[in-house]
Design a protein around this ligand. Structure first.
Ligand SMILES: *[C@@H]1O[C@H](CO)[C@@H](O)[C@H](O)[C@H]1NC(C)=O
Ligand SMILES: [Cu+2]
Length: 243
């Protein structure tokens, strides 16, 4: 039988895990995050606020939540980024696990298809400081089509539990009206028992997952051209803030 001290220790370590916040976007806003400057829940949506928005989407053992963690944002204005723009994204850093490998992907169909547009292998976030925001820029591809899109920041950590993070932000891209974007599909390693496994850096003997990243299959997505009338409607919606 467990002593009362042992059970208290188990309880305390469970609490430590629960409150061990990790990393998410803060700017641009992550879906359903608890940040005051971000889109706020509607009157019946307070139960949907994710106070654990920085926690991983899964570990190698278990898928905890879908990629992006949430199917949508609260209603509100999306930030607009230009194709080719470098965005000084701000990450909200709890435990940063000595950094790791990051991928940034775009989707124009609410997450059905993703195109990776930036990688930062091995030392992404490795200079972060716990309890601060950390600037981790991403550059929207110069040939990105216009439209409502999701930026997905995907991270495999160097140290600790074998985790996958996926922080998603709903944005508007102003680029080419109608076009395609090519790249590779993201690697979702350490995301459930059937996913590729990336070992902790200290134990990996230099094998940081390069072969998995190199094997990501190519993908081209196509975003249809939008009529002048529809562009006008969207502009009016944005101005009247009902989008
Ligand atoms: C981390 O900071 C050190 C010291 O400023 C610097 O030399 C190093 O290049 C930085 N590493 C990364 C990955 O930014
Ligand atoms: Cu963590």
């Amino acid at each position: 039988m467990m002593s009362i001290f042992a059970s208290a220790a188990v309880l305390l370590s469970a609490l430590a895990v629960m409150t061990d916040a990790h990393v998410s976007f803060r700017f641009p806003c992550p879906r359903r995050g608890p940040y005051w400057e971000c889109p706020q829940p509607g009157p019946n949506e307070w139960n949907l606020v994710d106070y654990d928005v920085r926690s991983p989407a899964g570990t190698h053992g278990t898928i905890v939540s879908p990629i992006c963690k949430h199917p949508s944002s609260f209603a509100g204005t999306r930030p607009t980024f230009q194709a080719g723009q470098t965005v000084a994204a701000q990450m909200d850093v709890g435990a940063y696990h000595m950094g790791g490998s990051c991928q940034w992907a775009l989707s124009y169909d609410n997450g059905a298809n993703w195109v990776v547009f930036q990688d930062y292998f091995q030392s992404c976030l490795s200079n972060a400081t716990q309890g601060t925001t950390f600037t981790l820029p991403f550059k929207i591809p110069a040939d990105a089509p216009s439209g409502d899109a999701i930026v997905n920041w995907i991270w495999n950590n160097n140290e600790g539990n074998r985790e996958l993070y996926s922080s998603c932000s709903d944005v508007v891209i102003q680029g080419t009206n109608g076009g395609s974007l090519s790249g590779v599909k993201p690697l979702f390693a350490n995301y459930g028992p059937n996913s590729p496994f990336i070992q902790e850096k200290a134990l990996a003997n230099g094998n940081w997952g390069k072969a998995f990243f190199d094997a990501r299959p190519p993908i081209t997505i196509t975003v249809p051209k939008v009529s002048k009338r529809e562009l006008m409607r969207r502009l009016v919606n944005r101005i009247t803030n009902s989008d």
